[in-house]
Write a new protein. Structure first.
Length: 114
């Protein structure tokens, strides 16, 4: 099993910034971030392959940046210009080819409010 530990969620004002971190218990080829707001389905925010290819949902492109530190088995999400609509629980996930499936972290709460 791949263990994922997230951190960095907080309460922040609109226009503010946060950086989320996630550390995996082993190296994985793909890692990413999803989020789930109350009453809504979980949605992809951003993902990054080992080779550096990235995917962003349209609503965060230009505001959020995903990055990885392969030496630490970590993935980060720098979130700038936060909006009320970014409020959600943010989940880190990682794909393990050994296990043939995606693993998920426990989630970290991001609340954007004035």
């Amino acid at each position: 099993q791949v263990q994922l530990v997230e951190s960095g969620g907080a309460l922040v004002q609109p226009g503010g910034s946060l950086k989320l971190s996630c550390v995996a218990s082993e190296s994985t080829p793909a890692m990413g971030w999803h989020r789930q707001a109350p009453g809504k389905e979980r949605e992809l925010v951003a993902s990054m392959s080992r080779g550096g290819s990235t995917t962003y949902r349209d609503s965060v492109r230009g505001r959020f940046t995903i990055s990885r530190d392969h030496a630490k088995n970590a993935v980060y999400l720098q979130m700038n210009s936060l909006e009320l609509e970014d409020t959600a629980v943010y989940y880190c996930n990682a794909y393990s080819p050994i296990h043939g499936k995606w693993f998920w972290g426990q989630g970290t709460q991001v609340t954007v409010s004035s």
